[in-house]
Design a protein around this ligand. Structure first.
Ligand code: G3H
Ligand code: ZN
Length: 284
């Protein structure tokens, strides 16, 4: 069923568990998340990023409607989230496109400008019944951004600044930089668990971990145990998806029906979803 992200995050936070949010680029990604979540008997967030909307010609409705329909048809609870939005026009489009939540990303702006832009986005979102997540500190690693290593200066969220930021903006959840980085294809990230603990104590709203594909299982369990609630996973699904397509095409050099390799990709992605959910949603 299609539920709200607010419900899933509040439930996970209350139970001391995590809730995984998976990035969706194609319909097959959404079907894989639903199948993987059903197999794990866990809820999950389906998230479409601004980059994914750009891939679909800048139009949000075709993919969002299809993904919402997949969620409605599912036997598990799934929500629809708009991820890493920078474009104010896309933010406004989200209200009528089936999303219950958005991540407004002003993280590359200086602190004051991030506060101003995010506070305005929060006022708009709350008027339209949307839950809003934003980011303080630079997680980095997103396509089109200057490279910023997870250990570069500025790539850590300061707990006191985070507390001031949350009260100045009114955000419902906060994405933080704690050693995580986007788009890692190897699981080699080392998180700063002391900082996660300090942030959880300082910040009154649920914390969000971006770039979780690069985080090993043990680190992920520890992060959730220390109070990380929403866990965003994108690249790990694409690694599974693309590896399966490559394998399929290597074995079948003459087939032309995309359903062959897309079915392989969807199956491999669903298995990756189930594996991630077993780590994120089980209490540590
Ligand atoms: O917002 C999306 C997530 O942070 C995904 O990051 O692709 O590195 O797992 P990832
Ligand atoms: Zn992210």
């Amino acid at each position: 069923s299609l539920v709200t992200t607010a419900e899933l995050v509040a439930e996970a936070a209350g139970a001391g568990r995590g809730v995984a949010a998976f990035n969706v680029i194609t319909l097959e990604h959404a079907e894989a998340v639903a199948a993987g979540a059903e197999a794990a008997e866990a809820p999950a967030v389906l998230q479409i990023s601004q980059n994914a909307v750009s891939f679909h010609g800048g139009r949000v409705l075709p993919l969002a409607s299809a993904v919402a329909a997949v969620a409605r048809a599912s036997s598990t609870r799934l929500s629809l989230h708009l991820d890493h939005v920078r474009d104010p026009e896309l933010l406004r489009a989200s209200a009528s496109a089936g999303f219950s939540s958005v991540m407004f990303d002003a993280s590359t702006l200086p602190y004051r400008d991030n506060v101003t832009a995010t506070a305005e986005a929060v006022r708009w979102a709350h008027r339209h019944g949307l839950w809003l997540e934003s980011e303080l500190g630079r997680v980095g690693g997103k396509a089109g951004e200057p490279p910023l290593g997870a250990h570069a200066p500025g790539a850590r969220t300061d707990p006191d600044e985070a507390a001031a930021y949350v009260s100045a903006t009114g955000v419902d959840a906060l994405a933080v930089a704690v050693g995580n980085s986007h788009a890692m294809t190897e699981r080699t990230a080392t998180l700063d668990h002391g900082l996660i603990d300090a942030l959880r104590r300082a910040v009154p709203v649920p914390l969000v971990l971006h770039g979780s594909s690069g985080v090993p299982d043990g680190e992920l369990r520890a992060a959730v145990g220390a109070g990380m609630v929403k866990v965003n996973i994108g690249t790990a699904l694409n690694v599974a998806f693309t590896r399966a397509v490559r394998g399929h095409l290597e074995d079948d050099a003459t087939g032309v029906d995309p359903r062959g390799y897309l079915a392989s990709a969807r199956e491999a992605t669903a298995l990756a979803v189930t594996r991630c959910l077993r780590v994120v949603t089980l209490p540590s």
